[in-house]
Design a protein around this ligand. Structure first.
Ligand SMILES: C[S@@+](CC[C@H](N)C(=O)[O-])C[C@H]1O[C@@H](n2cnc3c(N)ncnc32)[C@H](O)[C@@H]1O
Length: 197
């Protein structure tokens, strides 16, 4: 059942061109969750819940842990909530609506896992907004670091202060005209950082 919902959400994202992590990167994210066994994960950028479902499936397997996920677009957040409900995991997730860099300031509990997948130029603000609640250690995963120019402040900070590794993936450019020829390959990365203080 869970996997059927995940497949449906993936298909909806593809059909409606809603940005999502995709299965290759999602496997890396799920592996990080499995390794960290976090008590509280914070995700910035829910969209309609694709990456959230991957995270929640991992938390279910572990048998512990919760997710707070933040989305600025109300329609997306409502669809994500319906998808979490359908997959039977809504008890493990708290979906919040708003600008992640503001919503994160209101989280008071310790956070041992942060996933950044919102507006790219907002990563550093989100990190700063939650930094004082990050545990020692904490895992931070950031998507789309191939667009380094849009998040130079964030990448400079984590790469110069913490153990931080870039994982590269090859994806295919979508054609703007909707044709089937995918065009030239494009590299994109995910940055996995082990934060310590
Ligand atoms: C790349 S998509 C997220 C994909 C999602 N993590 C997944 O893999 O299914 C980025 C999402 O971030 C949301 N977003 C953009 N700016 C935001 C902000 N300041 N705070 C919260 N969400 C934001 C967008 O509306 C969009 O749904």
């Amino acid at each position: 059942m869970f996997d059927n919902v995940l497949n449906e959400v993936e298909e909806q994202c593809r059909a409606e061109r809603i940005p999502m992590l995709g299965p290759q990167k999602a496997k890396l994210l799920a592996g990080c969750v499995e390794k960290a066994k976090p008590s509280l994960i914070v995700e910035c950028g829910t969209a309609i819940g694709y990456s959230g479902l991957w995270i929640l499936r991992e938390l279910k397997k572990i048998g512990a842990g919760r997710l707070i996920t933040v989305e600025i677009e109300e329609d997306n957040a409502q669809r994500a909530r319906a998808n979490f409900e359908k997959a039977g995991v809504s008890d493990l997730v708290d979906s919040r609506i708003g600008d992640a860099s503001e919503v994160l300031k209101t989280i008071e509990e310790p956070v041992d896992f942060l996933f950044l997948d919102n507006n790219k130029d907002g990563y550093f603000a989100c990190y700063k907004a939650i930094e004082s609640r990050l545990t020692n250690p904490a895992t931070i995963v950031a998507d789309n670091v191939g667009r380094a120019d849009q998040m130079a402040d964030y990448l400079d900070h984590v790469r110069s202060n913490y153990e931080s590794e870039t994982h590269w993936f090859e994806s295919w450019r979508r054609r703007r005209d909707g044709g089937n020829n995918p065009g030239p390959p494009r590299r994109d990365g995910m940055e996995v950082t082990i934060y310590k203080h």
